[in-house]
Design a protein around this ligand. Structure first.
Ligand SMILES: [Zn+2]
Length: 273
């Protein structure tokens, strides 16, 4: 029996190395499929804990004006003074800006790093109705239920501690409406980004919602993320961030019920995961 098994094992080995055999074809198909599937949806257990990345940093609990990796954006690239990016993101953006200019396309950064405190300001103003939420006249009256109100604000705005804008890797460019990017000058800019941004490391995390992206924020054609850094951060968020950690602002109690970690932080374009 042992000899027979050995012979069979040898025969199987050679048949698998014979590119003309069906078995080999099946085996190599399986090999081709499995890494692709893993790459598309990496399970949390394959991600390594990276202690050099602080969870407090990922939650925006720092001051970008005092952080050694951050740099102010020059006025010529921005709609206002006082915005910051990580140095590496900024260098990549400047290269992309120069390349776009050659093609007659111009990008202006309208928003960059927003820490927890800044995001809390935006979120709570929307929560209280002192800052408008798209499509809403009186948020307190129209959305008295906390979960419903949070879901409405979450169409376009993140809960503090869950925003990609905390990281210094993400930028909003040119205009805050999708409509702007759907015709004329805006369409040309968006087409340029879709065709070229990836060569500079920038990707659109909030793509059109549908079967490929069923959850999360609405589409944002203006929001682009510098993936060489943000990919490392989303991996750590996937591994370490919990809904229970989302606290410290009005409406934070809805985070767990909504499952903001899976639905919003991770509800992004698969290319960014
Ligand atoms: Zn944004």
């Amino acid at each position: 029996m042992k000899i027979t098994s050995a012979i069979l094992a040898i025969l199987f080995f050679f048949s698998c190395n014979d590119s003309n055999s069906n078995q080999a074809a099946i085996a190599s198909n399986a090999e081709r499929k499995s890494p692709t599937t893993l790459k598309e949806t990496p399970p949390a257990e394959t991600i390594q804990m990276d202690h050099s990345i602080d969870l407090e940093f990922l939650m925006g609990k720092f001051d970008p004006t005092k952080h050694p990796n951050f740099i102010p954006i020059e006025k010529k690239f921005a709609s206002r003074n006082g915005m910051y990016l990580q140095k590496e993101t900024y260098e990549a953006f400047k290269k992309m800006h120069a390349a776009a200019k050659q093609d007659g396309v111009s990008f202006v950064i309208k928003s960059a790093t927003r820490n927890f405190k800044a995001q809390k300001g935006i979120w709570e103003a929307k929560w209280e109705g002192t800052r408008p939420t798209t499509g809403v006249k009186n948020i307190k009256k129209e959305f008295p239920n906390p979960k419903d109100r949070a879901l409405k604000i979450l169409e376009f705005s993140s809960m503090p501690s869950t925003s990609r804008h905390h990281w210094g890797t993400d930028i909003d460019v040119n205009n805050f409406t999708n409509k702007y990017f759907e015709k004329g000058k805006g369409l040309k800019e968006y087409e340029w980004l879709k065709n070229n941004a990836h060569t500079f490391g920038f990707y659109q995390p909030y793509t059109e919602k549908g079967t490929k992206r069923p959850h999360g924020y609405n589409e944002e054609k203006w929001h682009w993320s510098y993936l060489p850094l943000s990919k490392k951060y989303i991996d750590q968020m996937k591994l370490r961030m919990k809904n229970e950690t989302v606290t410290g602002f009005k409406g934070a109690e809805t985070a767990k019920e909504i499952n903001v970690v899976d639905k919003y932080i991770l509800g992004i374009n698969q290319e960014c995961l």
